[in-house]
Design a protein around this ligand. Sequence first.
Ligand code: PEP
Ligand code: MG
Length: 575
Amino acid sequence: MQRIRGRAASGGIVFGKIKFYRRDDITVKKHKVSNPELELQRYEYAKEVSLKELDELYEREVRKIGKDHAEIFMIHRMLIEDFGFVTKIEELIRNECVTADYAVHRAAAEVASSLGRAEDDYIRARTADVLDISGRLIRHIQNKSEQKLEFERNTILCTYDLEPSETIRLDKHLVRAVCTCYGSVTSHTSILTRTMGIPSIASLGKGLTDEYDGCDAIVDGYAGILYIDPDNATKRRMIEKREEEGRKRELLMRLRGRKNVTLDGREIALYANISGLTDMKYVVENDAEGIGLLRSEFMYLQNDDFPDEELQFYTYRRVLERMGGKRVVVRTLDIGEDKNPDFTYGDSENPAMGVRSIRLFFEKPEVFRTQLRALYRASMYGKLAIMFPLIVDPEEIQAIKATISNVLEELDSEGIPYSHDVEIGIMVETPAAVMLSDELAQEVDFFNIGTNDLEQYVLAIDRTDSRLEKYCRPHHKALIRMIKMAADNIHRCGKWVGICGELAGEPELLETFMSLGIDMLSVSPNKILPMRRRIRALKINDPKELLLSKGILKADAEGNVDFTDYGKKVNNEEQ
Ligand code: PEP
Ligand code: MG
C-alpha cells in the first residue's frame, strides 16, 4: 500500500480506481511574422469564439449547478476582455511581430507570475484561471478542439493540475474524486469540487505519477490522504470513518437556524470570511449570520488593472442580495507589495510596513473613490458595512470620512440613490489602533480585530516567513491583553467589536473571547457549524475568574481587578 499526503480540499471518502489524466499539451513557439495584422485578426477571432463558448458554458452551468458557481465563466470572460491583458497581447504582436498564440502565452505568463507572488492563497490560486483562459484562446488560435473528458464509473481522477473549466465538465456520477499534484485548496478547482460534492485533495506532490494508473485507491478528502492499493485494515478503517463523518455532518446540519448561545445564556454572532461571490454558497449552506470580512482585494488581483465601478458594483450587489438583509462587511482594498508590487512601489525593503492598505487610499485616491461609489450604489440592496484596514490614528478616519462625503455629494448630484444606514468601521490590526481605540471609537460604528496582522506587529513576526512559524504564539498574553484593551474601550463607547483574523476560529480561545464580550467571530464558512456546536456546549459561569486563571486579567496590589462583563446575555430557553 502507498500513502500520499496532500492538502484536504473537499471532504468525503471514496473508493475507486485511479485514472491519471494528462492534458494534451499545447505547444507554443516563438516565431517572428512579417504580417502582424494577420496575427491580430487570428487573435480577434479566437477571442470572439472563446467569449461565445464561455457564454454557452455559463448558460448551461447555471441550469446545472446554479448561478453562483457558474460565475467562474463570467470571471473568465472578464479576464479575456481585461483591458490590460488585451493591450499587452496586441502590443506584443505589433511591436515584437510575434505570432498571436505566442503573444497570448507570454501575456498570460506575466499576469500569472504577478498573481503567483501574492501572499493570499486565494489570489495566488487565480493563476489557474489565467492559464485556463490562455489555453482556451491558444486552442482557438491553433484551431484545436477541446479535449474530451470521458471516464469510467468509479474513477479517482489524478492529474498534475486541473483547470476550472475542466473540473466543471466532469460527470460526478463517473468521477468520484479528484487528486492533483499541484494546486491549492482555495483554487477555483478546489472550490468547484467542494460545490459539486466531489471529494478532492490538492498538492499531493510529485509522488503522484501515472505509474498508478489503473490502481485501486481510497481518497480521504477530510485528512487529505490518498491510499493506493489499500490493505484490508485501511479499507475497514475508511468505511468506519465514512460512516462516522456522515453521522457528524447530519448532526451539524441540525444546528442550522439555531442560536450560538452557551448553556448559561451568553450569545455571540458567527459570521463568514469570504473572498468573493463564489464563496456565497458555503455562507448560506453553513448558516452564517452575516459576512464579517469580504476581502475585496481579490477582485483587484484577478484583473490586470483596477476593476471598474460596474464590475465592483455588480459583485457587491450580488453578495448583498444573497445575504437578504444580513450584515455584509466589505473591507476596502487591502493590498501591498507583498500581494502585488505593480499596484504600489515595488521596491520596499519591508512590504508589511510599506505603502499598503489604507496608505494606498491616500496615494491613489481615485481608486478608492471608484470603490466607494460602487459600494454606496450597492448599499441599496442589503445591509452594508464598510471597513478600512491598517488604521493607526483618528485623523486617517477623518480624511476617509471627508472623501466619503465627497463621493456621496457626487452621487446626489447624479441622482444616484444609496442607503443612509451604511456602517463605517475599521480593522484593529496595529498596536497603535489598540492604544488609541478609545479615540477611534468616537469616530466609527464598529471594529474588527485582525489578529493575523496584529500578531505580526505585536510579536515582531513576519507572517510571510515560514521559517518563523515556531515563534508564532497566537495565545501570547500580550496579544490577548491587547484584544481586551481594545474591546473594553470600544464597548465603553457602545460600539460593537468582532474578530476576523484566523484566531477567531481557534477552539481553545473561544471561551476567552466570549468572556471578553467579543460580539462577533468571523471565520471560514465551514467552521461555523462546528463552532456553534462548541458554543452550545459551553458554560461560562464566571468570565472574570476564567480570565484571571488564564493570566489575561491580574489583580492589583489591593486585590482589585479591572473587569466589566460586556458579554451579551440572552434567554437560553432554546437550550
Ligand atoms: C488580519 O490581519 O487579521 C486580517 C483579517 O486581514 P488579512 O489577513 O487579510 O491581512
Ligand atoms: Mg490584515
